[in-house]
Design a protein around this ligand. Structure first.
Ligand SMILES: C[S@@+](CC[C@H](N)C(=O)[O-])C[C@H]1O[C@@H](n2cnc3c(N)ncnc32)[C@H](O)[C@@H]1O
Length: 362
């Protein structure tokens, strides 16, 4: 468009150029997120956190990786503002303030874990494009390393906080777990929360169900290795789930919205609780209304995960694909329809992206 045409059409060149600048930052940040996943998976962030400023050769040697690739990754990290480069000495440093949220021992949790979600979106893009055309869905096993990434993700938001922050929402359950009750985790995947509870409460009996055999096999092997005789994992499709009054405490961690039929599952879980039982449900805490999510933490990332994972895996099971941002309002309505009259909603400081429902059965 020439300048006269722009003026006539009301085109705001300054706004357009500013927006193009923002898009360039988006592209840069997307690439940095992907490279953060590499830094996490290779262990490079952990290695650098333990080293003084070091050359690419020293870092590669310590990480037992190929120097040429490490040097290129370091360049992306330096230009991405994550690693500090000393041009005179040709050394690279990960400041402790950056290591705090990028390493396995970081004091602020490990945000590099979430970079893996960005990387997986790229890996499955061709399949997702097919879904856009056909309206069909995907299977969990089409997502590389999904259960490993999910275990690292919920290992931070759930398992690491279980005894200090999460179970204290339910003091009566903590007491009953000590004396011995029956517990189910629905959609347990690799089962790290169950493994932790089963070790802590030897008098209680724990069961984990999940659709995916690879995740269940992993969990069962971990239970065997830890000698946990009070914990059982079973590969089970929870579609149409209808056990009756079998459990005193049921949990689900981020495992309802991507089911085939979340509403039916919640009915099933209500029926599976004994009277006086409690269902603890963690799920994504966004609103069902897009306009309420504009300032929600990492909302664009969550919608993108929804578009590339949660929606298609639900559709792939024959479901409607509620999506990651199905909304706490939808969840609460479904919980009440399932039969829970006593429903509390919590947002925990360590986990601002999720909502925690405590649902009591009379
Ligand atoms: C987002 S992952 C969460 C896994 C785990 N709770 C955690 O926090 O790490 C959702 C889980 O729900 C399971 N799932 C989805 N549909 C299911 C179904 N129909 N029956 C049983 N499990 C299902 C998936 O296999 C997956 O492990």
């Amino acid at each position: 468009m020439n300048q006269a045409a722009e003026i006539n059409s009301g085109f705001d060149r300054t706004a357009a150029e500013a927006f193009a600048g923002r898009i360039m930052q988006v592209l840069d940040s997307g690439a940095v997120a992907n490279m953060m996943a590499v830094g996490h998976r290779t262990g490079l962030f952990d290695v650098m956190a333990e080293l003084p400023p070091a050359t690419s050769e020293q870092i590669a040697a310590r990480a037992a990786l190929a120097e040429r690739y490490v040097r290129e990754w370091l360049a992306a990290m330096v230009t991405g503002g994550i690693v500090i480069y000393d041009t005179g000495r040709r050394t690279y440093a990960l400041p402790p303030e950056h290591a705090a949220c990028l390493t396995r021992k970081g004091a602020l949790g490990n945000l590099a874990v979430f970079g893996q979600h960005v990387a997986v979106m790229g890996a499955v893009q061709d399949r997702v494009l097919e879904c856009f055309e056909t309206g069909g869905g995907t299977r969990y096993d089409e997502y590389p390393c999904f259960h490993q990434i999910m275990a690292e993700d919920s290992g931070q938001t759930v398992t690491a906080q279980l005894f200090e922050t999460i179970l204290p929402l339910l003091p009566e359950v903590m007491r009953r777990l000590e004396s011995g009750i029956d517990v189910l985790d629905a959609g347990c995947a690799r089962g790290s929360a169950l493994l932790a509870m089963a070790a802590r409460y030897p008098r209680s009996r724990f069961v984990g169900y999940d659709l995916c055999a690879d995740a269940i096999d992993f969990a069962a092997e971990a239970a065997r290795q830890q000698g946990l005789g009070n914990l059982r994992f079973e590969r089970r499709d929870l579609t149409g789930y209808d056990e009756r009054r079998r459990f005193d405490f049921i949990t689900s961690f981020d495992a309802v919205h991507d089911q085939k039929d979340p509403e039916a599952l919640l009915h099933g879980l209500f029926g599976a609780l004994r009277s006086g039982g409690i269902y603890l449900m963690q799920d994504i805490g966004g609103s069902a209304r897009l306009e309420n999510n504009l300032d929600f933490p990492m909302a664009a990332l969550l919608y993108a995960i929804s578009c590339t994972h949660c929606t298609p895996v639900s559709i792939g099971q024959g479901g409607e694909g509620l999506g990651t941002m199905w909304g706490w309002e939808t969840a609460e309505t479904m919980l009440r329809k399932a039969g829970f009259t006593n429903v509390e909603r919590h947002v925990l400081p360590h986990d601002p992206m999720n909502v925690w429902f405590v649902c009591r059965k009379d």
